[in-house]
Design a protein. Structure first.
Length: 78
């Protein structure tokens, strides 16, 4: 599983390393800056640009006394 996410203002992408995530976030910001210069105003989407580490993910687990049903819980991705 890829450990980092980037919200580009145009959707979410996933990256393997912190460096890749930071680079894509910076590139996304540059895209929105260039667009603002061309269009004459900022798009609202620029406020969504961010990146981070994925710490937990939903995983299916057996539940009930005999594991008769499936439940979902947040679990560490380590």
């Amino acid at each position: 599983m890829r450990r980092f996410f980037v919200e580009t203002g145009d959707g979410i992408e996933f990256k393997d390393t912190e460096e890749e995530a930071k680079k894509l976030a910076a590139e996304s910001l540059e895209f929105w800056k260039k667009r603002a210069r061309t269009e004459g105003e900022w798009d609202d989407e620029v406020d969504r640009v961010c990146w981070g580490e994925i710490r937990e993910k939903v995983k299916a687990v057996s539940a009930g006394e005999d594991g008769e049903y499936t439940d979902y819980q947040l679990r560490s991705v380590n």
